[in-house]
Design a protein around this ligand. Structure first.
Ligand code: GLN
Length: 296
């Protein structure tokens, strides 16, 4: 190992230094480049600015970031941002990082909303909104829609409020600090209710990657013994809040769609006010990922 690799100065040398420290990860080269790209503000910078000498402040930040990544902290927590549906959202410890699969929930909701445009402004409710990626994206895509976001966890709420401010949506998104149906009343008010609730069965949490298991909030992942506890809870109150023809959309785990057939009867969900089985939509990897119900 060259001494420059131990006493790095340039971008290229710092990349080698980082690779040594991240060698236990699956892809130390990509990991190092991603962190350096975020530090320098451009994904190409690790290639184009190799000979540049890092400032002492940048060195310090890079050392800290590499140390955190070495401890398997999620990349997006470290850099503080995550891309979602073409925009960047603030995230960090205490909030679930929005996943690419969840863009699918947004896309499905948008598809189903197109035929409503031109009518009265759409009202959307997001239960367990986390960083706000879902509801804020919908409000940005549907410019006359109004939203309500419910979130219980204080750390997640901070990111939700920060992202709401970032996109200037204070006027169109109300935020309620509470759990699930609290403070929402019982009248049909919403055109669309969606949620990406925790849906991982408790017993499987220890099998998740260290980034998720050790760093992301269990409150956003743990769906109870069978992973379905939050859906049961939501189905107990949400249909009453939907207007006629309103839509209820969930992100679900890959093997959970069967539980929602027949009005969610497998979950004790008969009489939910939603008729029949929901449409099940697959994600890009072919897994069942989104279900959408219509209230008739
Ligand atoms: N898709 C997430 C994961 O794989 C789980 C999200 C959730 O439980 N809503 O970690």
């Amino acid at each position: 190992m060259s001494s420059r690799r131990d006493r790095p100065e340039t971008v290229a040398e710092w990349l080698l230094w980082a690779q040594d420290r991240l060698e236990a990860l699956d892809n130390p080269i990509l990991e190092s480049r991603a962190l350096m790209g975020a530090l320098l503000g451009s994904p190409n910078a690790p290639w184009t600015r190799g000979p540049e000498i890092l400032s002492p402040e940048m060195e310090e930040t890079f050392r800290t970031w590499v140390g955190r990544r070495r401890h398997r902290e999620p990349f997006h927590f470290i850099v503080g941002e995550v891309p979602f549906f073409g925009r960047s959202f603030r995230v960090g410890p205490g909030v679930l990082v929005p996943r690419p699969e969840t863009e699918h929930l947004v896309a499905c909701a948008l598809d189903h909303m197109t035929d409503r445009r031109g009518e009265a402004p759409v009202r959307i409710l997001d239960l367990g909104a986390g960083s706000g990626a879902i509801i804020l994206t919908l409000l940005l895509e549907v410019s006359d829609a109004f939203g309500v976001a419910v979130e219980r966890e204080p750390a997640a709420l901070r990111f939700l409020l920060e992202n709401r401010r970032r996109f200037g949506l204070e006027e169109r998104l109300s935020v309620i600090r509470g759990s699930w149906g609290e403070m929402l009343g019982e009248r049909p008010f919403f055109d669309l209710i969606l949620s990406n609730p925790p849906y991982i069965p408790t017993g499987l949490l220890p099998t998740l990657e260290p980034e998720v298991r050790d760093h992301e909030p269990a409150a956003a992942l743990d769906g109870g013994p069978d992973g379905l506890a939050c859906y049961r809870k939501i189905l107990s109150f949400a249909p009453a809040l939907l207007k006629e023809e309103g839509l209820l959309a969930f992100e679900i785990g890959a093997d959970q769609a069967h539980a929602f057939r027949d009005g969610g009867r497998a979950m004790g969900g008969s009489g939910t006010g939603l008729t029949g089985s929901p449409a099940v939509m697959r994600d890009v990897s072919g897994q069942d990922r989104v279900i959408i119900w219509k209230k008739l």
